[in-house]
Design a protein around this ligand. Structure first.
Ligand code: G3H
Ligand code: 13P
Ligand code: ZN
Length: 334
């Protein structure tokens, strides 16, 4: 049993309290590789922002759970080395799909876990969520649960259609599970294709898709039911069109990729939404930089040559999210 506090990590409780009160959101960036980890830490240190580094089941399968845990421990040491005396870094399990997976992560030093029972019947979701919360709270690990289903594929938790969270269920769900934060569905979804072209209009000048707005009415109803309770938004990449264009220009093929407009995320950050999940934008930033570099340097083959601009591009994106979208810059407790 490894306690996250011994690794210098923190849970989400205090940072969420401050974020809700202060009208900003904490960035939750997924990581699978060393370059992502380095870029996240550099961005968080330079902006003096708390940060959540999250690991999906897919990331555990790709990189190995133990390695990712040591990378998070290394992230704390790296932040200090970069001059941040008191970094606030959370190591979070993203979309845990069983009690056993959540327990395994808690036992190996995660400071926060998500149990995602959103595809289960309501009572079953409550039952397992409660079980995870009871175990996690013994070790002061915070727990995110999910109510309402996002469209598309959530890790391996699948759903065919999007069901917004029902505001009339949130008090019962939060009370009976004892969860520390609640992921809700208000129109976001995972990946780089968040809306079908028929759900969007098209900008006549650029030909780009313009997505429909998020269901802010549902968000506000939920906030009224649970005043001050930490709310989480998954599927919140904006799918920057300049990255999509670079990818397509240098041999990629991502037609009609579309995300959540940043001004809507900025708006959501001012509410009880205190954690915003971003993964796809990092993938796009990395892929765009690698494609461009390799196309322009066909004779290069050292991964350090093309992963360096990839890391720089991700860092630029992370800083932009922190400063211009979520507003978590300068929000370290000390
Ligand atoms: O919610 C999904 C995250 O973007 C993680 O994706 O399962 O491909 O690692 P992944
Ligand atoms: P994106 O695919 O929009 O980046 O969402 C990531 C996410 O929700 C991780 O849990
Ligand atoms: Zn998610």
């Amino acid at each position: 049993m490894v306690n996250y506090k011994d690794l210098g990590l923190v849970n989400t409780r205090e940072m969420f309290k401050r974020a809700v009160a202060g009208g900003y959101a904490i960035p939750a960036f997924n990581f699978n590789t060393m370059e992502q980890m380095q870029a996240i830490v550099q961005a968080a240190v330079e902006t003096k922002s708390p940060v959540i580094m999250q690991v999906s089941k897919g990331a555990r399968n790709y990189a190995n759970a133990t390695i990712l845990r040591y990378m998070a421990e290394g992230a704390v040491a790296y932040a200090k080395e970069l001059g941040c005396e008191h970094p606030e870094i959370v190591l979070h399990l993203d979309h845990g799909d069983s009690f056993e997976l959540c327990k395994d992560c808690i036992d190996m030093g995660f400071s926060s876990v998500m149990y995602d029972g959103s595809s289960l019947p309501y009572e079953e979701n409550i039952k397992i969520s409660r079980q995870v919360v009871e175990y996690a709270h013994k070790y002061d690990v915070t727990v995110e649960c999910e109510l309402g289903v996002l469209a598309g594929v959530e890790d391996e938790v699948a759903s065919e259609v999007s069901h917004y969270t029902k505001p009339e269920e949130v008090i019962d769900f939060a009370t009976r599970t004892g969860c520390d934060s609640l992921a809700i569905s208000i129109g976001t979804s995972h990946g780089a294709y968040k809306f079908k072209p028929e759900q969007c209009t098209r900008d006549p000048k650029t030909g780009k898709l313009v997505p429909p707005p998020l269901a802010f009415d549902v968000l506000h109803e939920i906030e009224n039911k649970l005043p001050g309770f930490p709310i989480v938004l998954h599927g919140s990449s904006s799918v920057p069109q300049e990255e999509v264009d670079t990818i397509n220009k240098f041999g990629g093929n991502l037609p009609d990729a579309v995300g959540i407009p940043e001004e809507q995320l900025r708006e959501a950050s001012k509410s009880a939404v205190c954690k915003i999940n971003i993964d796809s934008d990092s993938r796009l930033a990395m892929t765009a930089a690698v494609r461009q570099y390799l196309a322009e340097h066909p004779d290069h083959f050292d991964p350090r040559q093309y992963l360096k601009p990839a890391r720089e591009n991700m860092k630029k994106m992370y800083i932009h999210k922190i400063v211009d979208v979520l507003g978590s810059d300068g929000k370290l407790a000390q």
